[in-house]
Design a protein around this ligand. Structure first.
Ligand code: ADP
Length: 440
């Protein structure tokens, strides 16, 4: 047994008092020869005193006002002093935490963006004033309500997808169609997620102004360009042979400008949010047309093959998909030196869905250019693009068309080895060939 406690001052005092009490009781008892009774009486008194001390400490612990603990109760006072110090530390820590929490809540409440704390089941736990204004929430009525009821339709569909998803950049508000909102979902614990809602109306307006400007400029340029092109076609180089190279150059440049304007108009139409009506895109016929076009562009300079192992058709816009696929093929022809091979394929994906791919053995793209390659007017080599009649808008059009069809553009390329451009379509975009039942 260890006697470390004897080193404590409180214990020394308590034990000292106890021994003195017993000794005094014994001494007093000796005078009348009643030592046993006096010692028992002293023990009884000591127990009573201990019980009273215990009671005082218990009522001190229970009392709401935190006055200092009762003193002069020996070991009991020592224990209560310890408890008192702990309680004071706990209380000041709690006060600091509450102040911090309040500061955080006030900060979150003052944020210009709507912030909503959701459970994993999408019940509302807390929201700030901006969220209330943006989504029409009201406290305390809507606490514990399901968030879906307050979201516009696209956001309702978006929020049910994978939790760590891409933000929803633009959705018209359910309460006011002229208001544009962006949504971002941040899962931050096993139980909670943060939904951040932002009013992006000014940005959407600016974007609209930019789109309108590009569309209008392109449209306005179309007529003068057609006139110029017409006159240039009428000029006969034979009548002024010394001007022949200039006329040829002018014709080439005017064709390029016309192509740029046409591509810009296509991009504007694609961005104009008008979803073209979905129709069956017969892949067998489309692939045959694409192969014919590739042969025409290549003029037998390449070996072009067609592989079709997917029997399914696509659901989408024939015109847009045709334009996107031809862009990929035209790129493959333009960036593959004579003698190279080009493969056009339509194949099922291992999971589900299908993939349209154009693979070439051309110049390839150095890895550092790949992240930006589908940006407007981004080119690896501007001179090569121009020489081959490129506008720098082809891959932008491809990306937009694929986005329109909820498909993604995948690019694998190695400089000097070749490239593979794929449009990957989800199974929802596939149709069984005509004549086959959907379920077969
Ligand atoms: P461009 O009209 O210049 O071809 P695109 O948007 O179609 O514009 O392509 C952007 C750039 O990507 C091209 O300038 C070229 O550098 C590169 N590129 C596109 N396709 C291929 C390919 N099949 N092989 C090599 N480089 C390519």
């Amino acid at each position: 047994m260890r006697f470390d406690f004897l080193q404590s001052h409180a214990w020394q005092v308590s034990l000292g008092r106890f021994v003195i009490l017993l000794a005094s009781a014994f001494g007093v008892g000796l005078i009348w020869h009643v030592q046993l009774y006096t010692v028992l009486a002293a023990l009884f008194g000591y127990s009573l005193w201990s019980l009273v001390s215990l009671y005082q400490i218990q009522s001190w612990l229970h009392s709401r006002q935190r006055r200092p603990p009762p003193e002069d109760r020996g070991v009991w006072s020592d224990i209560s002093a310890h408890v008192y110090t702990r309680l004071r530390t706990e209380r000041s820590r709690k006060r600091r935490l509450i102040a911090l929490l309040r500061a955080f809540r006030e900060g979150a409440a003052a944020l210009p963006d709507g912030v909503i704390v959701l459970t994993r089941g999408r019940s509302i736990v807390w929201f700030n004033e901006a969220a209330a204004a943006l989504l029409g929430l009201s406290a305390p009525r809507d606490r514990r309500a399901h968030i879906d009821a307050f979201l516009p339709a696209p956001a309702r569909e978006w929020i049910t997808r994978e939790p760590a998803q891409e933000p929803l950049r633009d959705a018209a508000s359910a309460r006011d169609a002229s208001q544009h909102l962006s949504f971002r979902l941040i899962p931050y614990s096993h139980e909670h997620m943060l939904l951040v809602v932002r009013d992006v109306t000014p940005l959407a307006r600016l974007e609209q102004v930019r789109r309108d400007f590009v569309a209008n400029v392109s449209h306005e340029l179309r007529t003068p360009l057609t006139v110029l092109h017409g006159y240039l076609e009428m000029l006969e180089p034979e009548t002024a042979p010394q001007l022949a190279p200039i006329i040829a150059d002018l014709r080439g440049q005017s064709r390029r400008m016309t192509q740029i304007v046409e591509d810009l108009l296509t991009l504007s139409r694609l961005e104009a949010q008008q979803q073209p009506a979905d129709e069956r895109v017969p892949m067998r016929a489309l692939l045959a047309t694409l192969k014919r076009e590739a042969d025409g562009l290549s003029q037998s300079r390449h070996h072009i093959s067609l592989v079709r192992t997917c029997e399914q058709d696509l659901l989408g816009s024939i015109d847009y998909l045709h334009s996107a696929f031809s862009n990929l093929i035209s790129n493959a022809v333009r960036y593959t030196p004579a003698g190279g091979s080009i493969e056009i394929s339509w194949m099922p994906m291992p999971g589900n869905g299908a993939r349209f791919a154009v693979t070439d053995t051309g110049v390839g793209i150095p890895a550092e250019h790949l992240p930006r390659i589908s940006e407007r007017f981004y080119r690896v080599s501007t001179s090569r693009s121009r020489e081959t009649g490129g506008t720098g808008l082809g891959l932008s059009i491809v990306k937009h068309v694929l986005q329109r069809h909820q498909a993604r553009l995948e690019i694998e390329s190695k400089a000097g080895v070749g490239s593979k451009f794929c449009g990957v379509f989800a199974s929802e975009r596939l149709l069984p060939p005509p004549g086959l039942d959907e379920t077969s």
